[in-house]
Design a protein around this ligand. Structure first.
Ligand SMILES: *Cc1c(COP(=O)(O)O)cnc(C)c1O
Length: 377
């Protein structure tokens, strides 16, 4: 006997707004296919207008590439150390190693799940006492929740260490009225397929200093000197965004606010329907923080309960995902220095991301909530 599967529900699928095809067609009609062109300019303008705070945006081929260029522009190189939030996706840390530098991992606090100010200062003091001053700090607004920017940036200023603000998951989030991406010395965004808006693949580097944007574009387009022939005085990359993909980005920017609203609605729905279950808890926004609620995360009492929910959803053709596995627990980083308090390990073991796409329908949200409720009854 064949069982019919219920409709697949993805964790965070792309959600087009409608005008993306118009802008992509424009690129085709005008033959602006390779590689730069007016869509890139327009997409950058739209990002700059949205983020505000006098920000300049350089569109790139990925968020990972944006972090790589950001670190290089901040002067990170061979043998350096860079402090990195441990509780994050690997792309926050990997680019540090591309430059021959080593990430030093710092654990999280419980109010935002992001880099702990206390541990950050401890880490800086420890490394400095050993004669190694960290070259930069990579702080992350994980799942769209802003990190404690006032405290983190005060420490960064005190020790004069620049901050890369990883806003890959936080476009549309804000902290004390300022949009995420505009808080650090350099901010980065991602437009990967699972992010709040997508160009199928892409990213951006954000900065207040126009010269940094120019430097990023220079490095992202093979670092060509200003000569009629091809001359190079430094090593470059091929990291610029294509004009075709920027067309998708233009369309997506038009619906960004709707996407934030939909994701926040998902969170509210789950909270309303599941918070009566004593085993399940949610992360609230601290005063002054506004989260785009990129992914709705729940905390369960144990690894076993988390796995029970995850596998039951899987059998029902519903995708969910454990919270990010901290970098200090990753085999590839097991020899790296880390400053740990147990918070991110515990979140990883007990936490689960529920389907959070902006195209989820009420029926889907009800179906997911009912399954979890029945399971824990
Ligand atoms: C997605 C993501 C990145 C990398 O972005 P890509 O565009 O996929 O390269 C970096 N940091 C975090 C926290 C992310 O979630």
């Amino acid at each position: 006997m064949k069982t019919t599967l219920l409709k697949k529900i993805w964790l965070s699928p792309p959600h087009m707004g409608g005008n993306e095809e118009t802008y992509v067609k424009e690129a085709f009609d005008t033959n602006w296919i390779a590689p730069l062109g007016p869509n890139v300019q327009q997409f950058e303008n739209a990002i700059e207008d949205f983020v505000g705070n006098d920000i300049h945006a350089a569109c790139l081929s990925s968020g990972t590439g944006a972090i790589h260029l950001g670190l290089e522009i901040l002067g990170v190189g061979q043998g350096d150390e860079v402090i990195c939030q441990s509780f994050t996706f690997a792309a926050s840390a990997n680019p540090i190693t591309y430059l021959g530098a080593s990430p030093v991992f710092v654990d999280s606090e419980e109010e935002t799940w992001n880099i702990s100010p206390g541990l950050l200062e401890e880490a800086i003091k420890d490394r400095m006492s050993k004669g190694i001053k960290p070259k930069a700090i990579v702080a992350v607004h994980l799942y769209g929740m802003p990190y404690k920017a006032d405290e983190i940036h005060a420490i960064a200023r005190k020790y004069e260490i620049p901050v890369i603000e990883d806003s890959a998951e936080a476009l549309g989030s804000s902290y004390r009225g300022f949009n995420c991406g505009s808080l650090g010395n350099i901010g980065i965004l991602s437009f990967n397929g699972n992010k709040i808006i997508t160009t199928s693949g892409g990213g951006a580097l954000l900065c207040k200093d126009k010269k940094i944007k120019e430097k990023a574009i220079f490095l992202a387009t093979q670092a060509r000197d200003n000569e009629p022939h091809y001359q190079h005085s430094s090593i470059g990359y091929n990291y610029r965004m294509s004009n075709v993909l920027a067309g998708i980005g233009r369309g997506q920017m038009e619906v960004l606010e709707d996407r934030v609203e939909a994701r926040r609605h998902n969170f509210e729905f789950y909270k309303e329907h599941l918070s009566s279950i004593p085993e399940i808890s949610f992360l609230d926004e601290p005063e002054g923080s506004f989260s785009n609620r990129w992914l709705t995360c729940i905390l369960t009492p144990s690894f076993e309960v988390r796995e029970k929910i995850r596998t039951t959803l899987e059998h029902e053709n519903i995708e969910s995902r454990p919270l990010w596995k901290p970098m200090h627990l990753q085999p590839v980083f097991e020899k790296n220095v880390s400053f740990v308090n147990g918070v991110s390990k515990d979140l990883f073991e007990r936490g689960l991301c529920l389907p959070s796409g902006s195209s989820l329908e009420t029926d889907d949200l009800e179906r997911i909530s009912e399954i979890i409720k029945n399971l824990l009854k």
